[in-house]
Write a protein that binds this ligand. Structure first.
Ligand code: C2E
Ligand code: CA
Ligand code: CA
Length: 408
């Protein structure tokens, strides 16, 4: 069953005067990784085993559909209250804490579950499915791995056409945030951050449009834009300050692209940027969604001479076993720990532990989100290598920076 058919059925149910029901979206993790190791047939078999495992949890009146290799949607009719829907979601998460058995293999495939309720969270299939998806994203960040849609967490929605158009007409802008070398006490480079000011919609937050790009496939174009915009300005700035390094955020959604390495090395060549002046930042949580693909891709990029930073480190649920295998050069401590370290002893201890861990693994450690002098001094005392954040400097349009570094 595809999504269109499912939407149709859902809408028909609503039009027929359905009473309350829940839409539960279950996404099975690590299937991609399994497919890479064991092939398509094996991952299909695991998908079928996952489907069976979900079916075992359901009541006769519940309806289960597999809508993608790793994705299932369950309609739960006649629920008395949201608590019952969450009970079903919790049971699904628990059920996958025991490995699936496939041929000789026991496969651990954790799931994340998002739930939206009719009529509370939407009156049509599209809204309900989208909100179940939003809940699932929230769930991924929680240790319970399941969540009910909560209206406050919905991000502003931007039409696809706007972003498509902004990319086509080159209306996004690269801003650079300074990074301080704590030993030299001097700016040693910049992180490139995308900014978008839509003529009708005003400023649109990067996490909103990056997500949109990831969901719609526009991320390939956004990445191409980001690499070129960053290197273009970086090359110009470096012509007067050759020691400066530049960091670019890369979404792991583009790791599947065959020509990614070529695209990056091609953009470096066009702007005459040395690869060793560039760091690619990839978030920890995204890396862990599909560690094997990520590790392979990062090795290729590292071999091409680029540095690799693990962004938002500490915020995701990561596996130290994988961390050891990642060809990273840098850990970037998630800013939630840095922000709390002045007031919260535990956060300060986490920061200290990450710095030590990074150094044990021969990685440089960067703290982001430094908002005051005191935090900066503690980080320096703890041996942190670099820092960035509002206290050091806000991001500014790359073109302004160029005027400052290299006055015409
Ligand atoms: P990130 O890579 O973790 O970027 C750091 C974010 O923290 C930026 O938010 C930055 O403006 C903000 N920030 C910097 N200093 C401070 C501080 O002292 N306090 C606080 N509270 N925040 C601080 P921004 O620009 O909104 O970017 C959000 C995310 O969007 C980035 O998180 C990054 O993951 C993504 N992103 C931004 N530009 C791009 C891009 O060109 N490509 C891709 N793939 N992702 C991008
Ligand atoms: Ca970053
Ligand atoms: Ca970050």
């Amino acid at each position: 069953m595809n999504r269109a058919e499912l939407s149709h059925r859902l809408n028909a149910r609503i039009e027929a005067g359905a009473s309350s029901f829940a839409v539960m979206l279950v996404r099975v993790q690590r299937l991609q990784e399994f497919r890479l190791v064991h092939g398509y047939e094996a991952s299909d078999a695991v998908g079928r085993a996952a489907c069976e495992r979900i079916r075992e949890l359901l009541r006769p009146q519940d309806e289960l559909d597999q809508v993608a290799e790793n994705e299932f949607i369950v309609l739960l009719p006649g629920l008395m209250n949201p608590g019952h829907a969450m009970l079903a979601a919790t049971r699904a998460v628990r059920a996958f804490e025991t490995p699936l058995l496939f041929a000789q293999h026991a496969v651990m495939t954790p799931v994340a579950v998002g739930v939206a309720l009719f009529p509370e969270h939407g009156n049509d299939a599209t809204t309900l499915l989208r909100r179940a998806e939003i809940a699932l994203r929230d769930a991924k960040r929680l240790s319970e791995r399941c969540a009910l849609y909560s209206p406050g967490t919905e991000r502003a929605m931007v039409p696809y056409e706007w972003l498509h158009d902004a990319l086509r007409t080159n209306r996004l802008e690269a801003h650079f945030e300074p990074i301080l070398d704590l030993r030299r006490n001097a700016v040693c480079g910049y992180e490139s951050l995308a900014r978008w000011h839509d003529p009708d919609g005003g400023p649109i937050r990067p996490d909103v449009f990056i997500r949109l790009a990831e969901d719609t496939g526009l991320i390939a174009e956004l990445t191409r834009w980001s690499l070129n915009a960053t290197f273009r300005h970086a090359a110009a700035i470096r012509s007067s300050e050759q020691r400066l390094r530049f960091s670019v955020n890369i979404s792991p959604r583009v790791f599947g692209q065959r020509d990614l390495v070529q695209q990056i090395t091609g953009a470096l060549a066009v702007w005459d940027m040395p690869p060793d002046a560039v760091t690619l930042e990839v978030t920890e949580s995204a890396l862990m969604e599909d560690p094997l693909t990520s590790i392979a891709m990062l090795h290729t990029l590292r071999d091409a001479g680029l540095a690799i930073s693990i962004d938002d480190f500490g915020a995701g649920y990561s596996s130290l076993a994988y961390l050891k295998q990642l060809p990273a050069t840098e850990l970037k401590i998630d800013r939630s720990f840095v922000a709390d370290m002045r007031h919260d002893l535990r956060s300060a201890r986490v920061v200290r532990a990450i710095i030590d861990l990074g150094h044990q693994l021969d990685l440089q450690v960067v703290a982001e989100g430094v908002e005051d002098a005191e935090t900066l001094e503690v980080l320096r005392a703890l041996g942190c290598d670099r820092a960035q954040g509002y206290h050091i400097g806000r991001s500014t349009p790359a073109s302004f920076l160029l005027d400052r570094v290299a006055p015409a």
